[in-house]
Design a binder for this molecule. Structure first.
Ligand code: HEC
Length: 273
C-alpha cells in the first residue's frame, strides 16, 4: 500500500521498478483502493478517498471550504467533498470538472493544487493523482451507509444563508440512482413566500441531473440565478413517483412517516451588500 515516504518519486514508474523500491502486490499495481474497507481510519496518507479526506481535506482545506458559503463554492468537509468534486464543474475554470475519474490531467483539483498548493504540500499531490487514476472511488463511509437508500447529505443544507445564488444544489444519496426516476415530479426546487395570510410555494425552473461517474449524487441547477428569498428542495415520496435507486429501492419505503412530499433542505439567499 502506498504510504507517504521518500520513495514517492517511484510512484509513476512501472510495477517492476516500484517493486524494488517498496514492494508490489501481485498483478495489481499495489496502489489501488482494493483494501480500502479493511483500512482503519488512517493517519498515514494513502491513495484512497478516506485517507485523502482525513489527511488533506479535513485538516488543511475544510476551514475555508465548508459551511454555507464555502470558498469557490467547493465544500471539502467529509460530508460533502466527494459529491462536490467528482464530475462537478470547477468554479474558476467551468470548462473543466474538479475531479474527472481516471483523468488527473483534466481534473481541476489537481491543476489547482499543482499551481496554488492551497496549503497542501507538493508531496501530497501524487496521492490525489493516484486516487483519480484509480477511478476516484468513494470512501468506505459511503460504502457502509449503502444498506439503506436515503439522502446522505444536501448542500446547501437546512438553515444555510447564502450570500449569492448557488450554482447548483447537490443531493447525495447512499445508493446509486436510477436516472429514469429523476424528473420534474420526483425532485423540485421551490421558492417559499410567507404572506400575511399563508405560506405559499412556487416552482423554480431547474435542471436535475446525475453527474457522470458519481451516480450517488443528484445535481439541481437553477435555470437562472436565485434572487434573495427562501427556498426548499422537495422530493416526492409517492410510490411510482419517488426517486429510486438502481437496485429498485424507493425513498418513501425507508421512512413511513414521510407521505407525499418531503423537503430535504430549506435555505435562504440573502441580499448582497
Ligand atoms: C485560506 C482559505 C483556503 C484554504 C485553507 C484552502 N482553500 Fe481552496 N480556495 C480558496 C479560495 C478563496 C478559492 C477561490 C479561488 C482562489 O482565490 O484561489 C479556492 C479555490 C479552490 C479550488 C478551485 C475550485 C473550483 O471549483 O474552481 C480548489 C480545487 C481548491 N480551492 C482546493 C483546495 C484544497 C484541496 C485545499 C486544501 C489542501 C484548499 N483548497 C484549501 C481558499 C482556501
Amino acid at each position: 500500500m502506498l504510504v507517504r515516504h521518500s520513495a514517492m518519486r517511484h510512484l509513476f514508474l512501472p510495477c517492476s521498478t516500484f517493486l524494488l523500491a517498496v514492494g508490489c502486490s501481485g498483478g495489481n499495481s499495489g496502489l489501488g483502493t482494493g483494501s480500502m474497507s479493511s483500512t482503519p481510519p488512517s493517519t498515514t496518507l494513502m491513495a484512497n478517498f478516506d485517507s485523502i479526506q482525513a489527511n488533506i481535506f479535513t485538516p488543511l482545506c475544510a476551514d475555508c471550504h465548508s459551511g454555507p458559503n464555502p470558498a469557490a463554492n467547493l465544500s471539502l468537509d467529509a460530508a460533502h467533498s466527494y459529491n462536490a468534486l467528482v464530475n462537478v464543474p470547477s468554479t474558476e475554470q467551468p470548462t473543466l470538472v474538479r475531479v474527472k475519474p481516471g483523468d488527473p490531467t483534466n481534473s481541476y483539483l489537481v491543476i489547482h493544487l499543482e499551481k496554488e498548493g492551497d496549503g497542501a504540500p507538493a508531496s501530497d499531490v501524487p496521492f490525489v493523482v493516484q486516487w483519480i487514476v484509480d477511478g476516484a472511488l468513494p470512501g468506505s463511509t459511503a460504502m457502509s451507509m449503502a444498506a439503506q437508500f436515503r439522502v446522505a447529505a444536501v448542500e446547501p443544507d437546512t438553515g444555510d444563508a447564502l450570500r449569492a445564488s448557488p450554482p447548483r444544489i447537490i443531493i447525495g444519496f447512499t445508493q446509486e440512482l436510477d436516472a429514469s426516476s429523476v424528473n420534474a415530479a420526483s425532485v423540485r426546487l421551490e421558492r417559499i413566500d410567507e404572506g400575511a395570510e399563508a405560506v405559499t410555494t412556487s416552482a423554480i425552473p431547474s435542471r436535475a441531473f446525475i453527474p457522470g461517474g458519481n451516480a450517488r449524487a443528484l445535481m439541481l441547477a437553477p435555470a437562472s440565478a436565485l434572487p434573495p428569498g427562501q427556498y426548499q428542495v422537495v422530493l416526492d415520496t409517492a410510490p411510482g413517483v419517488s426517486i429510486r435507486s438502481l437496485s429498485g429501492a424507493s425513498l418513501g419505503v425507508a421512512d413511513p412517516e414521510a407521505v407525499g412530499a418531503r423537503a430535504i433542505t430549506r435555505f435562504s439567499v440573502t441580499a448582497e451588500h
